[in-house]
Design a protein around this ligand. Structure first.
Ligand code: F6P
Length: 360
């Protein structure tokens, strides 16, 4: 058995399916194989900022049933960058040192941070500033973390969006309508293109590829001429208007939110094609719920691998999935580039090969 370590684990950024499965795997490996102590930090870095630091001592019995549970038992937040933390009086204050002090107060030897690119960048900066031993695990339904082929939560979100299209098929056909499904994904179209192909969409719109309303309507007309009385459109939330305008709003916390491109398209498509059009905005349904078997597998593999990196004293690394294997890369490399859909990729070629309108 290795020397006894005391490690922390936190979930940061938007939740997704599979976070609890990662926590379970980390606890199983760290306690079951190495005999370490595992502290679950509450609400991302905010638990380390609190005094006393907020955490739960994790044990195998506490996480045993978590494989299928959605959300995160530790809580999370996608607000409150500690380097510019919004205070009650509206001031932005650098509270990074409080988090670093929290890590040392808890006597941690290392910490596992589960997050997307934004969270990983913040955690890495904290780790470098404060001598924290950090290993990260990529999670985000958006699948926009570079290097790894999949991030936790993506497969479940694609399953959910695909199921939504499967359901929309029937109602679209019954009413001879054009159904538009607006999905999440931030500035990348990974969810839309994957679910669009898997769910048999006729039009897939992603932020990476421009489109015209006229060409969408041509596609819908072509289907009508073939005797198909309905069509399915899937659109990523970050797709812009035909004129290139971003459709977003700012919430009361000052954060920008996408939403509304589906309704914009519905108005333009029904005017141009005369088709009766309806919109479904899938929203956070893509983030909640039971993780798919693939997300459970990846979560288990990533959790075990992250603990093993700590056992080997390899820090400042992100675990990932490539060529059917778990691997790890320096976090710096993983966050250097935002991973969008490559217009030359297999999925783009596949969609076009199937006759799906994907833009021009
Ligand atoms: O990054 C995950 C994500 O679900 C995006 O797809 C979406 O734009 C955003 O988070 C929504 O954030 P919030 O939960 O703050 O509404």
């Amino acid at each position: 058995m290795d020397e006894t370590k005391r490690i922390g684990i936190l979930t940061s950024g938007g939740d997704c399916a599979g976070l609890n499965a990662i926590i379970r795997a980390v606890v199983f490996r760290a306690i079951g194989s190495y005999g370490w102590k595992v502290l679950g930090i509450s609400r991302a870095t905010q638990g380390l900022m609190s005094r006393p630091p907020e955490f739960v001592t994790l044990e195998i019995e506490k996480v045993d049933r978590l494989l299928t549970a959605g959300g995160t038992m530790l809580g999370t937040t996608n607000k409150g960058n500690p380097f510019a933390f919004p205070m009650a009086n509206g001031e932005l204050v650098d509270r990074s040192q409080e988090i670093i002090d929290g890590y040392h107060l808890l006597g941690l030897d290392a910490i596992i941070g589960i997050g997307g690119d934004g969270s990983m960048a913040i955690l890495r900066r904290l780790a470098q500033q404060g001598g924290m031993n950090l290993v990260t695990i990529p999670k985000t339904i958006d699948n926009d973390v570079d290097i790894t082929e999949c991030s936790i939560g993506f497969d479940t979100a694609v399953n959910t969006a695909t199921e939504a299209l499967d359901r929309l098929h029937f109602t679209a056909a019954s009413h001879s309508r054009v159904m538009i499904l607006e999905v999440m994904g931030r500035d990348a179209g990974h969810i839309a293109i994957s679910a669009g192909i898997a769910g048999g969409a006729d039009v897939i719109l992603i932020p990476e590829i421009p489109y015209t309303i006229a060409n969408i309507c041509d596609k819908l007309r072509e289907r009508q001429e073939q005797g198909k009385n309905y069509s399915l459109v899937i659109v990523s939330e970050a797709v812009r208007t035909e004129e290139g305008e971003k459709i977003s709003s700012t919430d009361p916390f000052g954060q920008s939110r996408y939403g509304g491109i589906g309704q914009y398209l519905a108005n333009r498509i029904s005017t141009c094609s005369g088709a009766e059009t309806r919109v479904t905005v899938l929203g956070h349904i893509q983030r909640g719920g039971t993780p798919s078997p693939l997300d459970r597998l990846l979560a288990s593999a990533f959790g075990v691998a992250a603990v093993d990196l700590i056992a080997e004293g390899k820090y400042d690394r992100m675990v990932g999935w490539r060529d059917r294997q778990v691997m790890s890369v320096p976090i710096e490399q993983a966050i250097a580039r935002y991973c969008v859909v490559d217009p030359g990729s297999t999925l783009v070629k596949t969609a076009r090969g199937l006759g799906i309108y994907l833009g021009d």
